[in-house]
Design a protein around this ligand. Structure first.
Ligand code: ATP
Ligand code: MG
Length: 425
């Protein structure tokens, strides 16, 4: 009987897209193919709405890893594809399960507990009975999950699960059933063929890259903005980024840091454009003419005006920042409101209600955290007032701003605009 390794991918919320569904799934597949570059895929096929990639056993792991980086896919499952023959299914399932039991026993021997063997959907949570007992005589627990996508298959799912379960109890030594918190979940999907698996991995989720328009990320050297860009890229935006520096007040290292952050981001969000703008003259003018306590709000408004112009040229639909309500003095609702008044494009702030710890988790996941915490001065911190105005009113800020040649300063700053190469890590 012909049994073949396949990796299946599931689309998640893309299936909610109604008439546009095809367009979204095609985009996700296009990105999947890009991510799979260099991996020989023997065949790709669809059965009952799920896409399968047939690969050599030796390529399963890297196929899974590549698929898990693609936006728009929620589950990535390596499985054995078995013809619709119960004896063949029994044999394949027993082989998979014995292998997994052996891996668990090895781990159990080495660290005195049953691990979850790398699954990420919680389907193989640790069994309390096993914890701390490296006793090979203890049973490993399992359950069988059957999904009958092909309703023409005569046996109902619960009955078929029981049947497969009893085969496994006969064929694989040292097993016991636990339907609530099993060490292993053996999944059997009934489609045109049988598909049997013991691992299911979480994918990136979200929507296919670029399916939702373009955003211009205001990329500082901090922790929040790279993570904010990622969060919206995951919702389908293609990104460009602008970094404001104040060379020579800030060192060249600050710009280099922005380039390395962008390079690290590209690994998850795909190709980005990076722009740099020198804000030194603007900061100097604000320092000379305006109230010190308004510096942050005034400079943020200038950033927005400049970003608006870049977004026009770059065909971006919105601006993106890493702001979070109340996180720092400038991120009050009053401060944010006054900044909004200076921008023509909508400003998306995906972390407005997110705690710093959760933002840090994302930054760690996408690998930007370690770069962000490098200690290079950012223009905001150099010019930041000691006692910032946390409740600015628009009238008050506009009065202060009237002392500046806003249009002239914006035009001057735009003359320093450069598109820079993103430095690979
Ligand atoms: P981050 O960690 O992203 O730097 P933060 O908590 O330090 O954020 P602020 O310094 O107040 O907050 O900046 C708020 C947002 O303004 C940033 O998330 C970023 O989007 C934008 N921003 C701030 N400084 C710059 C800069 N030099 N260049 C580009 N964007 C900036
Ligand atoms: Mg910052």
């Amino acid at each position: 009987m012909n049994v073949q390794w396949v990796v299946s991918v599931s689309y998640g919320e893309l299936i909610l897209k109604g008439k546009n569904r095809r367009q979204f799934t095609k985009a996700a597949l296009r990105h999947l193919h890009k991510a799979l570059a260099g991996i020989p895929v023997q065949a790709q096929f669809e059965q009952f709405g799920k896409v399968f990639l047939a690969v050599d056993e030796a390529d399963v792991e890297r196929t899974v890893a590549a698929a898990r980086r693609v936006f728009g896919l929620i589950y990535v499952t390596p499985s054995l594809q078995v013809p619709r023959d119960e004896a063949a299914l029994r044999e394949a399932a027993a082989a998979l399960l014995s292998h997994r039991v052996a891996t668990l026993r090895e781990q159990d021997g080495s660290d005195s507990r049953i691990g979850d063997a790398g699954t990420s959907d919680g389907g193989t949570s640790r069994n309390a009975v096993m914890t701390g007992s490296p006793d090979a005589a203890h049973p490993v627990t399992f359950k069988v999950d059957v999904k009958r996508s092909d309703k023409s298959f005569a046996v109902p799912s619960p009955e078929f699960a029981a049947r497969v379960g009893s085969w496994m109890l006969e064929d694989v030594p040292g097993l016991a059933v636990d339907v609530h918190a099993p060490d292993i979940t053996l999944r059997v999907e009934i489609r045109e063929d049988f598909f049997v698996s013991v691992d299911r991995y979480a994918g990136m989720g979200g929507l296919p890259a670029g399916s939702g328009g373009r955003g211009l990320l205001l990329l500082s050297g901090g922790i929040d903005s790279p993570a904010a860009g990622f969060a919206l890229a995951r919702r389908g935006l293609s990104l460009s980024a602008v970094h404001f520096h104040s060379y020579p007040f800030t060192s060249e290292r600050a710009q280099d840091k922005a380039r390395r952050l962008a390079a690290q981001m590209e690994r998850t969000v795909g190709p980005m454009r990076l722009f740099m703008v020198n804000l030194t003259d603007i900061y100097t003018a604000i320092a000379r003419h305006c109230s010190k306590r308004n510096t942050t709000v005034l400079s943020r408004r200038m950033m927005m005006r400049i970003a608006d112009r870049i977004a026009d040229q770059d065909h971006d639909d919105c601006l993106i920042t890493g702001e979070s309500l109340g996180q720092v003095a400038s991120q009050t609702i009053q401060g944010i409101s006054v900044v909004n008044e200076a921008a023509r494009h909508p400003i998306l702030r995906p972390f407005i209600a997110t705690d710093k710890t959760a933002i840090i988790d994302i930054a760690r996941d996408i690998g930007t955290f370690d770069i962000s915490i490098e200690p290079f001065d950012d223009c905001c911190s150099i010019f930041a007032p000691e006692h910032p105005n946390t409740r600015p009113s628009l009238a008050e800020i506009e009065r202060d701003e009237a002392k500046l040649d806003v249009e002239g300063l914006v035009a001057q700053a735009l003359e320093t605009l450069e598109r820079v190469d993103i430095e690979s890590p």
